[in-house]
Design a protein around this ligand. Structure first.
Ligand code: BES
Ligand code: MG
Ligand code: ZN
Length: 506
């Protein structure tokens, strides 16, 4: 897997920090639990050194506060960094994830190359330490992602070595969570890179080849169907969208067998629209460049599969990414055209820019045919979800309440924010066609994300628990609220939550 996007290397050590020496040491601080008292450093022995800074409230312990003390000569370390963890009552793994990101940023701007972290200062609870270590490692890696491979200027190759030092560094649970955090963040970073690549360098073919290349040497089986095969498979939705483009579509098939072959798989489906011009119903020019991100659902599914295989989860998983461009070529689908999806349902295309639901229709049919325990799909499907939820929550839809409970639990574990949206028969009714079974646009105003979900539902097999995640608002440009995301770039959203969902089926 490509590692060129990371600038740090993180290691776990079973040692007592006091016997080590090096360039830079990191301690954590918290606000005092007593009103108007100065903050505290979580390692008591160190507090004395910072007494006056604490008394003057130069160190407040606020969440993600990062303060460098150069030439601190603290024990055998030359420099020191103090990272705030926020008040105990507010502290959860997301605070810790952001603390990791704060450290990665500080280390970069201070140009430190070797850092030793007093990991035991994260919490006094042994049980929480493993979980917090995972979150901290995720924050470090997610934040250290950068995308500069397309710039000719000399790249900075400096790698910061970050050593997490804990007395329980050999503890099995701690090591396992450390590894899990490393895998999750690197797979999310892998997904980010796919998203950040421009449309000309991330075509359907390149997306498929990237998935195949990344799976080399793992137990993940990846293949990609070409246009001929897609035609043979009667995927009229995907083909209808691909018609306007000179680039061939691809249907990416990923399989992972971690359990007995007889066990039903779980299924993930992603929208891999490598560039969405809108087609004949062409989009306005402003911000159209952002439509390179229209394959982030597919990228999230690929990242999820890589993580599941690296974690060796004892579960069977199939995943499908429908990949194409949406272009206004001379053979492109025209408004009013009717196509037939894989399950035989017909739909009229009243707006060629509502293409995501069309390519997902065939993928959902095919996933349903595998008789899975559930299907989860994700797509940058509608601008309307951004109107409803901004870039804070991913909106998700499901009519299965037991599945909903599991999904909510998974998101709490991952720290990704999701919000349940309504999906009812009224929305289904709005998607009825005039000349065909369905229309790809709603006959009613508003609820654009719910009606899109209602369209997708028509291609999910009877009785299969299904959830749809609309990531149009959260797939990129979340740097304003997540310090481990770059300002404008892809976020790798859903990889962590989807892996948590998969873990519930082992
Ligand atoms: N890829 C877009 C959705 C999108 C828009 C994602 C803005 C991120 C930011 C999708 O294919 C689309 O164009 N949807 C239309 C549907 C409409 C024509 C019914 C939309 O949301 O405007
Ligand atoms: Mg579109
Ligand atoms: Zn789109």
């Amino acid at each position: 897997m490509s590692n060129s996007t990371s600038t740090i290397s993180v290691h776990l050590h079973a040692k007592d920090l006091s016997v080590l020496e090096g360039q830079t040491v990191v301690f954590f601080s918290k606000p005092s639990t007593k009103k108007d008292s100065p903050a505290v450093i979580t390692e008591k022995d160190v507090t004395k050194v910072f007494e006056s800074s604490l008394a003057d409230k130069l160190i407040t312990g606020a969440a993600s506060e990062a303060i460098t003390f150069r030439e601190a000569n603290l024990n055998e370390f030359r420099h020191a960094i103090i990272i705030g963890l926020g008040a105990d009552s507010n502290s959860d793994h997301e605070t810790i994830r952001q603390a990791g990101a704060a450290l990665a940023r500080e280390a970069k701007s201070a140009k430190f190359e070797e850092i030793f972290v007093h990991l035991d200062g994260l919490t006094n609870s042994k049980k929480d330490l493993a979980k917090y270590t995972q979150a901290f490692v995720e924050g470090l890696h997610l934040c250290s992602y950068n995308f500069n491979e397309l710039k000719t200027a000399k790249k900075e190759n400096r790698i910061t070595n970050i050593h997490l030092v804990s007395k329980s560094g050999k503890d099995k649970a701690l090591v396992a969570k450390f590894n899990e955090g490393t895998i999750l963040a690197s797979c999310a970073n892998f997904a980010k890179r796919l998203g950040d690549m421009p449309g000309n360098l991330m075509t359907p073919t390149i997306l498929a080849d990237s998935a195949i290349a990344a799976a080399k040497g793992t137990s993940l089986k990846v293949s990609a169907w070409d246009k001929k095969r897609i035609e043979k498979e009667k995927m009229g939705g995907l083909l209808g969208v691909a018609r306007g483009s000179a680039e061939e579509p691809r249907f990416i098939v990923m399989e992972y067998f971690g359990a007995a072959k007889t066990k039903k798989p779980i299924a993930f489906v992603g929208k891999g629209l490598t560039f969405d011009t809108g087609g004949i119903s062409i989009k306005p020019s402003a911000k159209m460049e952002d439509m390179k991100y229209d394959m982030c659902g597919g990228a999230a599914v690929i990242g999820t599969m890589l993580a599941i295989s690296q974690l060796k989860l004892k579960v069977n998983v199939v995943a499908y990414v429908a990949a194409t461009e949406n272009m206004p070529g001379s053979r492109a689908t025209k408004p009013g055209d009717v196509h037939t999806a894989r399950n035989g349902k017909t739909f009229e295309v009243n707006n060629t820019d509502a293409e995501g639901r069309l390519i997902l229709s065939d993928a959902l049919c095919y996933a349903s045919e595998q008789n899975p325990q559930f299907i989860v799909d994700t797509a940058t499907l509608t601008g309307a979800i951004t109107v409803a939820l901004g870039n804070v929550h991913t909106g998700y839809f499901t009519r299965n309440s037991a599945f909903k409970t599991k999904i909510e639990k998974a998101a709490v574990s991952s720290g990704e924010l999701i919000w349940n949206m309504p999906l009812t028969d009224a929305h289904v009714k709005d998607m009825k066609g005039t000349y065909a079974d369905l229309s790809n646009t709603s006959s009613a105003a508003g609820a654009g994300s719910a009606t899109a979900a209602a369209f997708l539902e028509q291609f999910v097999g009877e009785g299969i628990p299904w959830a749809h995640f609309d990531i149009a608002g959260t797939a990129w440009a979340c740097g304003n609220r997540l310090n481990y995301c770059s300002g404008k770039g892809a976020t790798g959203v859903m990889v962590r939550t989807f892996v948590e969902i998969a873990k519930m089926y082992v």
